[in-house]
Ligand binder design. Structure first.
Ligand code: MG
Length: 367
């Protein structure tokens, strides 16, 4: 089998309600770059690479990587990964180059599943839980008045999610009001808190102590991803576990985090960190370091399907991030119905990742 074409499809969705995070930042649209790899055998693989601007991913995929991949055997995934990412270590050790290659890597694993006629997670090691499903938390709650955030948090726990995540990070008093309201609304469910790198170490320490008072489940990205020592310091000082990793790349980046003992819940993003090939290795490093594996995923159904394949097959896996924001680009990709019951998401049964570029999805395609 040979690769005959590598291209991207850009998607864009305007949001009715902006999604607000720390430091007064918010977004009013969601974009995606879906990577499509065609083969001479007629099998098509799809993946996703995330970044701030789909057209950047498109240029890297189509101008940098596609010429290297045409004519190659798509089943030699490790060799093609090295071709994309270690042959060119002068330029793309982190950032958009790795994210674009992640989208291609995911598409190659989709092709492999279709070629061997089995769901991709089975090629990666099978279902470690033995349940055919993954434990998920509801993601995410965005900035609003405390009453609204509490109401939504309560809706998610009522739907059966055992954990709910929220974005905070706009000062200790405003954060405290919202944590108190949400904890009161979700009963026995757990509350995870994501600061999106919104604090410096002094404020992160004070806010972390406040989160301890409310028995928060994890404290996500309190600091800049550059400050690994600061994360390690917080982890030593606080009882609330530290989660981070969505802004980290490759096994080498995660190895630094683990060696510094800076994280309790590692959150690699399959669409950024180097694809499924790298997710498996980061999962193994996490296991060897006594770190829990809870991948970051806030993307389309393609990214979710890829994340599920990595999560299912990784022994250190703890929680799947499941987008509950009525994202029209999530369910529309799945060939089987996307089934969520009692806070668990069923693994797809179709060969490959179980997703495809449906007509419903292509309604969101943009030039
Ligand atoms: Mg996050």
């Amino acid at each position: 089998m040979e690769i005959t074409d590598v291209r991207t499809v850009k998607l864009s969705v305007a949001l009715d309600r902006p999604l607000g995070v720390s430091r007064d930042r918010e977004t009013d649209s969601r974009g995606a770059s879906i990577v499509v790899v065609e083969t001479d055998g007629g099998i098509q693989g799809i993946g996703e690479g995330v970044g701030p601007e789909p057209s950047i991913t498109e240029r890297i995929v189509e101008e940098k990587y596609a010429p290297r991949l045409l004519g190659e055997d798509p089943l030699d995934v490790e060799r093609l990964w090295s071709e994309m990412l270690t042959e060119d270590l002068y330029w793309d050790r982190k950032g958009q180059g790795v994210a674009a290659a992640s989208g291609i890597d995911i598409a190659l694993w989709d092709i492999a599943g279709k070629h061997y006629d089995t769901p991709t997670y089975r090629l990666l090691g099978g279902d470690t839980s033995g349940t055919g499903s993954l434990r998920a938390y509801a993601s995410d709650l965005f900035w609003d008045v405390p009453e609204q955030m509490a109401r939504r948090a309560g809706e998610y726990s009522d739907r059966g999610f055992e954990a709910v995540k929220t974005h905070l990070g706009r000062g200790i008093d405003a954060d405290r009001e919202r944590v108190a309201a949400m904890q009161a609304a979700i009963g026995d469910a757990e509350l995870m808190v994501d600061m999106n790198c919104g604090y410096d170490i002094a404020d992160a320490r004070r806010v972390g102590r406040m989160l301890e008072e409310y028995d928060v489940y994890w404290y996500e990205e309190p600091l800049s991803p550059y400050d690994i020592e600061g994360l390690a310091e917080l982890r030593r000082e606080l009882d609330v576990p530290i989660a981070t990793g969505e802004n980290e790349y490759t096994k080498w980046g995660f190895s630094d985090l683990f060696e510094a003992r800076a994280v309790d819940y590692a959150m690699p993003d399959a669409m950024r960190c180097g694809g499924l090939t790298e997710m498996k290795k980061i999962g193994a490093l996490a296991e060897a370091s006594g770190v829990r594996f809870s991948p970051h995923c806030f993307a389309t159904g393609v990214g979710l399907a890829a994340t599920m394949a990595a999560a299912a097959s990784t022994p250190a896996f703890e929680w799947l991030e499941f987008d509950v924001t009525d994202n029209p680009l999530q369910e529309a990709f799945f060939i089987d119905d996307l089934t969520v019951e009692d806070g668990r998401v069923a693994l797809p049964t179709e060969p490959g990742l179980g997703v495809s570029l449906t007509e419903e999805v292509l309604e969101y395609a943009v030039e």
